[in-house]
Design a protein around this ligand. Sequence first.
Ligand code: HEC
Length: 94
Amino acid sequence: MKKIALTLLVASVGLMAADGAALFKKCSACHGAHGEKHALGKSGIIKGTDVAADLAGYKAGTTNKYGMGALMKGQVASYSDADIAAVAAYIKGL
Ligand code: HEC
């Protein structure tokens, strides 16, 4: 029962407004918990910057700054426009 309740909770949270902090979790593996790292030694440091346009470009497959745009496309492919706006706002505030 507990598992079912938890699943329902997670599902309903998913329907709520996009949560930038939650969306940034997987990014932190490469970009650092506070966006303070050069991801895989390649990217610039993203903390405190406005990355909305970059993320839209990666999703569209039109941005490729250091030869690893395809990798970043995979990261944001499933993000909606609202997700991109939310995670970008979160990164700007880091
Ligand atoms: C597997 C490692 C990895 C993960 C996970 C990852 N990135 Fe990246 N990120 C990279 C690499 C490598 C680049 C350089 C891409 C290129 O060549 O343009 C990059 C580039 C970027 C840039 C452009 C930085 C610049 O220098 O202008 C932004 C913004 C960015 N990532 C945001 C994110 C966000 C947001 C997430 C989570 C949704 C994320 N990344 C997840 C590795 C990663």
